[in-house]
Design a protein around this ligand. Structure first.
Ligand SMILES: NC(=O)c1ccc[n+]([C@@H]2O[C@H](COP(=O)([O-])OP(=O)(O)OC[C@H]3O[C@@H](n4cnc5c(N)ncnc54)[C@H](OP(=O)(O)O)[C@@H]3O)[C@@H](O)[C@H]2O)c1
Length: 234
């Protein structure tokens, strides 16, 4: 039973699936949320909820205390204002990573997005979210922690486990994926023995079929140490 996992963004559509999958298998995750009532509504008394905000460093450190692995499912939902992508997907990730390093966290799993290396992509009109997500990714890749950066395609609220998945690297593919399958990838990474140090895109294929996550992961190449992608962007 895992008790030393922190889910940030646990009240989000993907975050709550991650938490539920963990509860279903007997884990007792800690969650970092802004809205205590919503967390209680979603998870009852089955999780330890820490109230905070990724824009506020002081709320993050106590949340990381004693934590082995952080899973971040946060994301800005507004293109402008105080909780825009710059504040959340970049500076919020920077704050989380710094707090995790300070607390001695071993592994950090970050849900980012497909197309982060394509500033001309229409999604980037949403407060330059792609550019800021890439900056957040870079901070994690250079943090010294073991990590996984998962870049899902467009997220869908469909049942997971139905379609075989395509995991790719280099930001060449487009597509969609079930939030449940993204959650399953996060849990597989949580349990992964040895070093991850991986960045990959994930979409579902057109084919119904088995999802052998071990095979998918074994086909991926580890990032070069100190990979910074945003520096080379136009
Ligand atoms: N939507 C897509 O098609 C798509 C495609 C590719 C990648 N992604 C990325 O995939 C991830 C998951 O997406 P989703 O749609 O499942 O997420 P979501 O439902 O929008 O949830 C976002 C979560 O982030 C939390 N959050 C926002 N600002 C915060 C702050 N300042 N401090 C702490 N928590 C904060 C929210 O908390 P509250 O509940 O308190 O608001 C919520 O729990 C995100 O990173 C998203 O950008 C999405």
């Amino acid at each position: 039973m895992n008790e030393n996992i922190l889910i940030v963004g646990a009240t989000g559509k993907t975050g709550r699936i991650i938490v539920q999958k963990m509860l279903d298998r007997g884990d007792q995750p800690r969650v970092f949320v802004r809205d205590q009532a919503l967390a209680e509504n979603l998870f009852g008394g089955n999780v330890q909820a820490i109230i905070g905000d990724v824009r506020q460093n002081e709320s993050l450190l106590p949340a990381m205390d004693g934590i082995d692995t952080v899973i971040s499912a946060i994301g800005s939902r507004t293109p402008v204002g105080k909780n825009c992508p710059k504040r959340v997907d970049y500076q919020g990730v920077e704050n989380m990573v710094q707090a995790a390093v300070d607390a001695g966290v071993r592994r950090f799993i970050l849900i980012s997005s497909i197309a982060v290396t394509k500033p001309g992509h229409p999604m980037n009109c949403f407060g330059k979210v792609l550019e800021y997500k890439l900056k957040g990714e870079d901070i994690l890749r250079n943090s010294g922690m073991d990590y996984l950066v998962i870049r899902p395609g467009g997220l869908k609220d469909t049942a997971g486990g139905k379609k075989s998945l395509i995991l790719d690297q280099g930001d060449h593919i487009m597509g969609t994926i079930s939030r449940s399958d993204v959650a399953a990838l996060c849990l597989f990474a949580l349990d992964y023995p040895g070093e991850l140090r991986l960045t990959f895109e994930a979409v579902e294929s057109d084919d119904e079929g088995p999802q052998n996550l071990a095979d998918y992961f074994s086909s991926l190449a580890r990032d070069e140490t100190g990979t910074s992608l945003s520096a080379s962007m136009p």
